[in-house]
Design a protein around this ligand. Structure first.
Ligand code: BJ8
Length: 427
């Protein structure tokens, strides 16, 4: 890490970004980061790494991707947890999760997509139309997936603007669905090998499975520390760690998260926390919170609560389950990958009762005082599951608050009032 200020504008210009709009985006995100993260008290020192990563989110990391591509490497952008980064890395490419967590270029987006589309999809298309995302422009290939209808159809539009390949994801989890998903992984390997000119071998796949598992293990350690009261790390900082996990260099990120976990374990032993012991502890479940969507966590923690877990794709669904590491053949590894990935509990599946089991298990394990179910407006899958989640949480004797929102700031006042009342009630 160096203090020298580097001007990345020539690199961004080379990528075809809309420079004035991109400057405006960076300024807005930088301002939000400062007011949301840097005002927190008693943060672990290990968060300095993520502060640095965020200060260079369109700088140093993009330079790394840029240099990698200049030396012949390929970058693959993804939008969903079901796309296995292990396969991308085993083919010699780098995987980056594309963010889609802020309102951008909605006027242009609404020329293509209906207004009543979820914020995540609108953002995904808006960042492309607005030419403000260097990760998109550094991606040699984007991989979509047939999850919800909105995403599936939006990929068709995105595919008109960029090289995009869509994987067909089944919507059930029967043995024949797992077998089908495995065949989709085989097709993805062919696509990736064509892109990189490198073969996926048992050796390269075993190495990438281990590497990505190590990353998930490090995040498991960070998140396990949140079971303590007082909790040694805020929900905002923990959420940020998972958001960054999607695009940072894998071995470096793993190392830094293990160092953070070491520190958190010491803090727990010493009883050091970010909120007073006894502060209301909240588990959030629902739609993913893509960078820089920090809205709900900020509301909860500014109101005196502490978020102790996220049952969502930017949370436990990302790091909880590992790929088995015992297989020695490519065939065996593909079986293990197919099984692990179809075990993710997304509301696009039917039935999806595993998600409810996870919510109850996590709420108990993390000693949550209440659960907030969070759905993006117009996300039919999570909105419909919300009632069932609420019923199950109440049946487990825990209070629940159901929130539906988007990326705008217009409802922050109203949400804050509801969250404050909920925090009062849970203690
Ligand atoms: S595995 S949650 S990342 S699909 S919020 S776009 S579902 S309308 S994001 Fe998701 Fe993969 Fe599932 Fe996770 Fe559609 Fe809902 Fe929008 Fe969503």
């Amino acid at each position: 890490m160096s203090d020298a200020v580097v001007d990345y504008h020539p690199m961004w210009a080379e990528l075809g970004l809309d420079l004035p709009m991109h400057d405006a985006l960076l300024e807005a995100v930088g301002g939000m980061y400062g007011s949301t993260f840097m005002t927190q008290k008693d943060r672990p020192a290990g968060m300095g790494y993520l502060d640095f990563v965020m200060s260079e989110v369109h700088g140093l990391r993009i330079k790394e991707l840029h240099d990698f591509r200049k030396s012949g490497g390929k970058v693959v952008g993804t939008y969903c947890l079901y796309v296995p980064e292990e396969l991308i890395r085993a083919a010699g490419a780098w995987s980056v999760g594309i963010c889609a967590g802020a309102e951008w270029a909605y006027d242009e987006v609404e020329q293509i997509l209906p207004r009543n589309t979820c914020a995540l999809i609108k953002s995904m298309v808006g960042f492309k139309l607005g030419k403000v995302c260097p990760y998109l422009e550094e991606s040699d290939l984007l991989i979509g997936e047939t999850t919800c209808d909105g995403k599936k159809k939006a990929y068709e539009e995105l595919g008109k603007m960029q090289n995009l390949y869509t994987m067909e994801l089944p919507q059930m989890k029967r043995p024949k669905d797992v077998a089908f998903w495995r065949s989709e992984l085989v097709d993805l390997i062919a696509k990736l090998e064509e892109l990189t000119g490198k073969k996926v071998t048992a050796e390269s796949l075993a190495a990438s499975i281990k590497e990505v598992n190590d990353k998930r293990r490090a995040l498991q350690r960070v998140n396990a520390a949140r079971a303590a009261d007082p909790t040694p790390i805020s929900g905002l900082d923990s959420l940020l760690a998972v958001q960054v996990a999607f695009y940072d260099d894998v071995p470096r990120f793993t190392r830094m998260m293990n160092a953070l976990a070491d520190e958190l374990e010491l803090r727990v032993a010493d009883g050091i926390g970010v909120a007073p012991k006894g502060a209301p502890r909240i588990l959030i479940t629902g739609t993913p919170m893509a960078l820089p969507n920090w809205k709900l966590h900020e509301i909860v923690e500014k109101a005196g609560g502490v978020v102790v877990g996220e049952e969502m794709c930017t949370g436990s669904r990302y790091y909880e389950k590992l790929v088995d590491e015992d297989a020695t053949t490519l065939d065996g590894m593909l079986d293990d990958l197919a099984a692990k990935y179809l075990d993710i509990n997304c509301a696009c599946f039917t039935p999806n009762t595993g998600r409810i089991d996870d919510v109850i298990r996590m709420a108990k394990g993390l000693k949550a005082d209440g659960v907030i179910d969070y759905a993006l407006s117009f996300c039919g899958t999570y909105q419909i599951e919300s009632a069932g989640v609420a019923k199950a949480v109440q049946a487990a004797d825990m209070p629940v608050l159901r929130i539906e929102t988007d990326y705008s700031v217009e409802d922050v006042g109203q949400l804050s009032t509801r969250v404050e009342a909920f925090l009062e009630m849970v203690k």
